[in-house]
Design a protein around this ligand. Structure first.
Ligand code: DSN
Length: 414
């Protein structure tokens, strides 16, 4: 049967078809990606995309919103129940938007804030000088301990006492260890700061009980819904009730216009899926797979930053293979293994080159892979990285990757 898209726009139809093939046939190890469910995708491809709904349920600036109000209320209630939060704003279009809105709500331009440095695992919006956050606020950044490559809570406490920030941001995009949110709370209390946690990467692990929750400790928690949480590409903000009005006002009318009601409906679907017992099993498997992949890579002589992983991701230092992150990513792409180059702590290379790779297990765990497959993938990665210029070796690894993926197809029938 010809679809509407196929007949009206064969070019885009073909592009989507090729991307389905890529996702179904190659190994996806980008730590911030996942394979969302068909139900989540179905909710996004609906007439809810047509509705303008500026405002919030019961208080909109246009008519005709009674039906979509139900979708947003379901999303808000399910987010609160999943994470044990007092308030949820489900309108952020992305994690960066969620973070901007929190800054608008809680800070004045020029205020002192502490966040993790981008080149040590933080996010652009945690005060990078090239981002609006670093340009608009006075960031004092913290990093990881040089020896352990892990957060050093005593060091962060000393810095916070000296800097006396108005807000401390905990959370990262490339930090492989568990984060002690109770320690961050105590540090924030010591210097009278608000505590915001950016839980974008680990939101699914928190929902599935595989990482401690920041919600009891933080004033505000932001996260994205598409990483380990496996929902649509978007953001969300949880907060204590006392900050609810300020956060809502900062998202709309402060920063965004009309909410994307089809995406909000898909968030509701994802929150429902993450509340099921099977999601707890999934989250535990993601962590077990990451530990197995890291251990197997270390067995092949690759150095794992900080010596291991407690969550869904790991950073691999490629320097003893005498290869940069940029080359490593390109070689693995040719070998049918999708990764991203990533700075390692105190990286001597530039951000566009780097000495490391960031690998995550959320996608391939969704596809059904377990620890045996992680051991096979580690072998493929090491083989390809040892022979970056040998097309025969790279082709052989690509064939192995295709064969492995044929047993774990995320979207059969698509
Ligand atoms: N791009 C996301 C990641 O890969 O972690 C962060 O925004």
């Amino acid at each position: 049967m010809t679809t509407a898209l196929e007949s009206s726009d064969p070019e885009i139809f073909a592009v989507i078809g090729r991307e389905v093939v890529r996702q179904n046939t190659t190994i996806q190890l980008i730590a911030s990606e996942n394979f969302t469910s068909r139900a989540v995708m179905e909710a996004q491809g609906t007439v809810l995309t047509n509705k303008y709904s500026e405002g919030y349920p019961g208080k909109r600036y246009y008519g005709g919103n009674l039906v979509v109000d139900e979708a947003e209320n379901l999303a808000r209630d399910r987010a609160c129940s999943l994470f044990g939060a007092e308030h949820a704003n489900v309108q952020p279009h992305s994690g960066a938007n969620a973070n901007v809105a929190v800054f608008f709500a809680m800070l004045e331009p020029g205020d002192k804030v502490m966040g993790m440095r981008l080149d040590q695992g933080g996010h652009l919006t945690h005060g990078s000088p090239v981002n609006f956050s670093g340009k608009s606020y006075d960031f004092a950044s913290y990093g990881v301990n040089e020896q352990t490559e892990q957060l050093d809570y005593d060091q962060i406490r000393d810095q916070a006492k000296a800097e006396r920030p108005k807000m401390i941001i905990a959370g990262a995009t490339a930090y492989p260890r568990a984060i002690d949110f109770a320690a961050f709370r105590s540090i924030a209390d010591d210097c009278g700061a608000l505590l915001m946690v950016d839980a974008a990467h680990i939101a699914g692990l928190i929902a599935g009980g595989a990482h401690a929750s920041p919600v009891p400790h933080a004033d505000i928690v932001t996260f994205t819904t598409h990483k380990t949480l496996r929902g649509p590409r978007a953001g969300c903000i949880l907060s204590r009730s006392e900050y609810a009005a300020a956060i809502d006002k900062a998202i709309f009318p402060g920063f965004q216009g009309g909410p994307l009601m089809h995406v909000i409906a898909a968030k509701a679907v994802a929150f429902h899926e993450a509340a099921q017992p099977s999601f707890r099993v999934y989250a535990a498997k993601v962590v077990a797979n990451a530990a197995a992949l890291a251990a197997a890579l270390a067995g092949h002589g690759l150095r794992i930053v900080s010596g291991g992983t407690d969550n869904h991701l790991m950073l691999v230092d490629l320097r003893n293979f005498e290869i940069t992150g940029k080359v490593g990513q390109e070689v693995l792409d040719r070998a049918g293994i999708t990764t991203n180059k990533n700075a390692i702590p105190n990286d001597p290379e530039k951000p566009f080159v780097t000495s490391g790779l960031r690998l995550g297990t959320a996608s391939m765990t969704t596809a059904g892979m377990g620890t045996d497959e992680m051991v096979q993938i580690a072998e493929m990665i090491a083989t390809a990285l040892r022979s970056p210029n040998d097309d025969g070796v790279i082709d052989a690894v690509r064939k192995q990757a295709n064969e492995l993926c044929a047993r774990f197809i995320p979207y059969p029938g698509l």
